[in-house]
Ligand binder design. Sequence first.
Ligand code: ZN
Length: 331
Amino acid sequence: MTKRKTKQLLAALLSYLAIHCVSASDRLEPGKYIPSLFDKRYSAPFTVQKLTDSSYVAFVSAHNATFYVGERGVLLIDTTLHDTAPALLSAVQSVTSLPITTVIYSHYHMDHVSGANIISENAEGNGTKINFVATEAVASQIKRHGNKIPTPTTILKNSGEEFEFEGMKVRVHVPFMGGGHSTDNSIIYLPEEKLLHYVDLIHPELLFPFFNLGLYDVAAAEKSLHEVLGMDWDYVNGGHGNIGSKKDVKELLAYLDDLKSAVRNSLSSVSFADHIHQGPGVGVYSWIRSYDEAIAEYVRQNLQNKYGHLPNFDAIIPSHATAIKEYITLY
Ligand SMILES: [Zn+2]
């Protein structure tokens, strides 16, 4: 092999490793993002990042789960989707041969918990009985929707209630209105690890929360973000996106302020009367849609300078502008 060819091969190998190599052995410095995570999560079956001596985050496709490796077993927080759970199992098994013995559900949204059936079946095959832990709110949602996932074997009745996993404290907070995302969303806190698992609100590196996927109560979201800032932690797993820190929470609060201010300005600049048109097939909803589009365009232009460089800016602003307009006008 020529020297040039060897060099080319080496460069290709290094670039492959940079994209695909898991960081299961090196801890991530608090406040830093995992490089090229977007590429990794959609090109490899799973990616694992070590956070502390015992805590890790697994990324499978669009979803993240947290796991803690104890002396005798593994604590898993959220199970991702039914279809991605086998990759999640592989992610855990890439770090330890210990079985998953405890699973905590953050909230009853199937994209974060439907993988529990696969995790449970796998455990049964290995002769392990998993302790499924959830708050009363999550347990009641599971029941209300027909017990499609393993029902909790430990139910936490009060917000802030603690339980122990192999001697390590795990505290589960239920923020007001589930932090605005769903009534049952929980903040799962591992104080000794300085780690939070609080999904579907903070999207580190991506910034934009998914307003159009069920975030209804902005005041509750802001309240919970301020609560989270008052807690002692270094890392947050937001369920999607990169690993976050308090900087991400502060940036999200600033973005919500900017968004509200832009929408308030749009309400005094864009007139609903200009969008009332008579004609065949036209009605109130057509007017509202046209008005919302004009507001979204106003907001997009207003925020372009500060946020236009971020991925998804053009895609997400219309839904965010409409959600905030509804919030401001209704509350
Ligand atoms: Zn959710």
